[in-house]
Design a protein around this ligand. Structure first.
Ligand code: AGP
Length: 364
């Protein structure tokens, strides 16, 4: 379709800049101030059903899968239900064991990704209960699911997903709040998460004001032959998404690793030619992450740190506003979108239509 680019040079920048609004739209009408719960009528579940699941399995492709990793962590942290994410493409080929007490969640911006659709159909065939987190209303995946959450992020035109990614993470926070509050999550913790979610749009605006700083950094690092992205636990899916954005639109090789795994192999790659983007939130893993930065620096690796403070071990820093620890990944992702965008522009790439890729992959 033809959508107005709103005066932006690229849809990608328009969609990145829309995020204060798109996140607000995903939240709208869904937070309850009296009971500190999430209203998600589309789940089609009474509280007893919501309590009945013993496991959550999340599937999606590419960035949808990485947002699912954020979602799995939110569900484990807030609802204390074992949860994990897997690429839908892999899931459908490995004859998965489908369990009655597992809640399956499929993620898709377009709602038309064939691998994800086929995985949902396989789950349904085996009697699995599947919810969808989908942006496109009435799409094939939305129709196939038993219920779910629409993102309401508006059409995403640029091939690289940005606003759908952040809205998916927000939708997962709502689902995690819902599943948590019918279990052991206290009203006080429920309120903490509701308040944190409400702060997101303003905090995203604050990050967007740093575009010029991030553009300068993108130009500084864009000539590197490759980049390493690292993060621990909540920072790891953020690192994966940051690497995905960079390779997709700038064609710079990027690899994401859990920071804890560096010394088990990829540390051998670290040199002045391979800069590292380190996701370092102020959470219980801060000291471990700062130690990792020291190890990278000792190998003369250049470091761009994205977190809630500056650190001497890093060459450059992007500081984002702090939210509740569980919600930090949402904000940490945004500078990486801006970084990839400006790296792609600096390298003269076709930002909205990167080579070899389609917006939705409707074939096998
Ligand atoms: C994201 O930047 C990519 N273009 C790609 O990984 C995408 O997220 C994936 O193909 C899934 O698309 P969907 O959300 O429309 O199903």
């Amino acid at each position: 379709g033809h959508y107005d680019n709103g005066g932006y040079e690229h849809y990608l920048l328009k969609e990145i800049s829309e995020q204060p609004d798109t996140v607000a739209r995903t939240l709208r009408g869904r937070l309850d101030d009296r009971f500190h719960i999430a209203h998600l009528g589309g789940l089609n579940m009474d509280p007893r059903e919501s309590r009945s699941f013993r496991r959550v399995k999340i599937i999606g492709c590419g960035s949808a899968y990485y947002s699912g990793q954020i979602g799995a962590q939110l569900i484990e942290e807030l609802a204390r239900i074992p949860a994990d994410a897997e690429p839908a493409s892999e899931f459908r080929y490995r004859s998965p064991v489908v369990e009655a007490d597992t809640l399956y969640i499929a993620i898709s911006q377009s709602g038309e990704t064939y691998d994800t659709l086929a995985a949902v159909q396989e789950l349904k065939r085996k009697g699995g209960r599947v919810l969808g987190i989908v942006n496109t209303v009435g799409s094939a995946i939305a129709r196939e699911c038993d219920g779910g959450v629409y993102l309401h992020a508006g059409p995403e035109v640029s091939v690289a997903s940005t606003k759908a990614f952040t809205s998916t993470a927000v939708a997962f926070a709502l689902i995690a709040l819902h599943l948590g509050r019918v279990r052991d999550l206290s009203p006080a913790d429920g309120r903490r998460i509701c308040d944190g979610l409400r702060k997101l749009p303003e905090q995203i605006k604050e990050i967007l004001t740093q575009e010029e700083h991030i553009r300068t950094l993108a130009m500084k690092y864009a000539d590197a032959p490759g980049m390493m992205f690292v993060g621990r636990v909540r920072g790891y899916p953020v690192a994966r998404e940051g690497a995905q954005k960079l390779k997709e639109i700038s064609y710079v090789h990027a690899e994401a690793y859990p920071a804890s795994e560096l010394k088990h192999g990829p540390l051998a790659l670290i040199s002045p030619e391979l800069p590292t983007v380190a996701i370092v939130p102020d959470d219980e893993l801060l000291d471990k992450n700062l130690t990792t930065l020291g190890e990278i620096r000792a190998r003369e690796g250049r470091i761009l740190m994205v977190g809630h403070r500056t650190a001497d071990a890093a060459d450059d820093c992007i500081v984002v506003p702090k939210n509740e620890t569980e919600l930090d990944p949402i904000l940490l992702t945004i500078p990486l979108q801006i970084f990839a965008y400006h790296a792609a522009v600096a390298l003269g790439r076709d930002v909205d239509r990167p080579r070899n890729l389609a917006k939705s992959v409707t074939v096998e």
